[in-house]
Ligand binder design. Structure first.
Ligand code: UD1
Ligand code: UDP
Length: 369
């Protein structure tokens, strides 16, 4: 058994880390292909260092580009590697262009594909990620669904039940493995001069929010409205895409927004844990906020992660400032939050490896926390 592991962006590195660790612990032959869709130190190598991951065996160096160009380059560059390495299975995680290209390259060579985080749907085809998810699911042999909702979605789309395994999300493994370490090592709160529950945390990088000037301005107006009402510091580790767009559109950011470059995982966990509220359009951060017991306001009209809304941890506001204030008002009235955890028990990678290696026979019977 030999496993090919594909990563390309920040969230893939973080969520694939527990799978890589499992391969190491079990002495399973594996190799890592990094597309380098993300390449800046703070979006890429910082996570390899912090998560103690081995350097990728192959780095495709594709970088940024238009969708087809990026996807096509990964396909072309992966093929000879897969022909040489001959893995039994290729694992991809999530919904990026790297995921689609990695899955397609393997599938075309008749290599089995395992899709971690299968079955997520926003039903919004304007999102590039939705196309990536759907296509990847339909060419995968192992579909690692997060929960029963995703299992239902995949079944409805005609995917045979014997390919679907409900396992939870490896986001829980990574988070639980690093919570304590981050508390010990991170000094980010002191560095920023903020204290527990004294600030809101923001992230935004969806093309729909940041690539259109009027939408990006609407987002800033939403922050203005929140700040006018609550006078809270808003900490914003800014994604390079958004940073580039602010510059391109010549948009000034008010000083109550503490803009930071993207920060490492250990610091980011602490920033999330101690935030009064999180405002985000990120997929992974909706999950982590829920796992950390921090209320989340999602800056989108839809989400492929409705579970956090169902358990009462998340609310969708789009770019509507009135809705954001209403949501904040509700959250700020409470002191403590508790809700069910729909995202996994922190042992998801173990289950995935059990299934791939045939040491676990039950299909879709794994109970998630
Ligand atoms: C990508 C994924 C998105 C995922 C996100 C995680 C797709 C279609 N999008 O979006 O699903 O949520 O990663 O963060 O796969 N840039 C840098 N340095 C980097 C990477 C990007 O400066 O290391 C800048 C470049 O200006 C680039 C822009 O960010 O053009 C966008 O990068 P790209 O990888 O195309 O998309 P993301 O917005 O990062
Ligand atoms: N993250 C981080 N530093 C940051 C912002 C995010 O380490 O400055 C982590 C966060 O903890 C989560 C992941 O990056 O695990 C989410 O990535 P992102 O929002 O870029 O992508 P998405 O989840 O939306 O695909």
């Amino acid at each position: 058994m030999k496993i090919g592991i594909v990563v390309g962006t920040r969230p893939e590195i973080i969520k694939m880390a527990p799978v890589i660790r499992q391969c190491q612990e079990r002495d399973i032959p594996y190799f890592i292909i990094h597309s380098n869709q993300h390449y800046s130190e703070e979006m890429d190598s910082i996570f390899f260092k912090e998560l103690h991951l081995p350097q990728p065996h192959y780095n495709l160096g594709v970088g940024s580009g238009l969708h087809s160009n990026q996807t096509g380059n990964i396909l072309i560059k992966m093929e000879p590697i897969l022909l040489e390495e001959k893995p039994d299975v290729v694992l991809v995680q999530g919904d990026t262009n790297t995921v689609l290209a990695g899955a397609l390259a393997a599938s075309k060579l008749g290599i089995k594909v395992g899709h971690i985080e299968a079955g997520l749907r926003s039903y919004d085809r304007t999102m590039p990620e939705e196309t990536n998810r759907i296509m990847t699911d339909h060419i995968s042999d192992y579909l690692f669904a997060v929960g029963p909702n995703q299992h239902k979605i995949l079944s409805k789309e005609g995917i045979s039940a014997d390919k679907i395994f409900t396992v939870g999300n490896t986001v829980s493994d990574s988070l639980f493995q690093h919570l304590e370490i981050s508390a010990e090592k991170s000094t980010i709160l002191q560095e920023l001069g903020v204290t527990d529950k004294s600030y809101f945390l923001v992230t935004a990088h969806r093309a729909s929010n940041v690539d259109i000037p009027s939408n990006l301005k609407e987002l800033l107006a939403l922050f203005d409205q929140l700040h006018a009402k609550y006078s809270q510091t808003i900490v914003w580790p800014i994604h390079p895409r958004t940073q580039a767009k602010l510059k391109e559109f010549n948009i000034e950011v008010p000083s109550y927004l503490k803009l930071l470059p993207p920060i490492g995982y250990l610091d980011f966990i602490q920033l999330q844990k101690h935030a009064r509220l999180i405002l985000t359009d990120s997929g992974g951060i909706q999950e982590e906020a829920c796992l950390l017991g921090v209320p989340c306001i999602t800056l989108r009209e839809n989400t492929e992660r409705p579970e956090s809304i169902e358990v009462g941890a998340n609310v969708l506001v789009g770019r509507n400032g009135d809705k954001a204030v209403a949501a904040a008002e509700k959250w700020l009235a409470a002191d403590k939050f508790s809700w069910e955890n729909p995202f996994g028990d922190g042992h998801v990678a173990e289950t995935i490896l059990d299934i791939i290696t045939g040491t676990e026979t039950a299909k879709d019977e794994t109970i998630i926390a």
